[in-house]
Design a protein around this ligand. Sequence first.
Ligand code: ATP
Length: 263
Amino acid sequence: MLELNNVEVIYDRVVLVLKGLSLRVPPHSIVALLGANGAGKTTTLKAISGLLQVERGRVTDGQITFQGKDITNWGPERIARLGIFHVLEGRHVFEHLTVEENLMAATCLRRDRSGIRKDLDKVFAYFPRLQELRHRVAGYLSGGEQQMLAIGRALMSRPQLILLDEPSLGLSPLLVGEIFRIVQEINRREQVTILVVEQNARVALEVADYAYIMENGRIVLEGEPRRLKENEDVREFYLGLTPEGRKHYREVKHYKRRKRWLS
Ligand code: ATP
């Protein structure tokens, strides 16, 4: 459905952030893009949704295709019309609008009023908490409720592909698990494809069908979650599991050890 081939991104004409990144997102799948702070995960999503332009960024090499169409450096509105919805990191709801108004605002490209009502009910079925809060001003919602609202807005646009930027940010582990469970349910039931960016590798690998790990603007490892979870480096550096035979991470200067995929 979505393919990035050797994509290079430069901000402000000089800051090279993506250095030949390639990945594929098959239809109806959940694909996770994992990596540490500053690896370029958010930039990857912005390159897809066209939001790079707003930040003086540009795809300077490579190609992004969606359903076979070359969408490289298209504007964000044109990309949204293809059915790609970007849920930004940090939620970004309209603080002064109510929950219901926020949800309705995401339907501005739609004309089917009865379909919109049905989808509103659907969002409330996935997130009953939002129904209870439907007349509450969004700025007063908790972080978790705002994340639910942000995902609910994506659903209201009847997307084909949702780009989900770090849904776990700032939420309690229990809530993170709950939100990812609902994301998985939405993917299965609505057949909507999801590309999720996460630092919380543990939870992302639970729900994803396939995952990529990126460092420093490049993909360094990819595979099915089951296989990635067996990889010693992933276990140590992304899942925080101490390898057998080591007593404590402080006792080994493991930060000096080069990860195998970089050597
Ligand atoms: P995090 O997990 O912390 O959100 P990330 O993997 O999403 O990190 P990006 O936000 O894509 O990483 O940032 C990658 C690099 O690009 C960083 O070094 C960042 O400073 C730089 N960068 C991001 N946005 C811009 C911008 N608008 N102008 C210049 N440099 C930028």
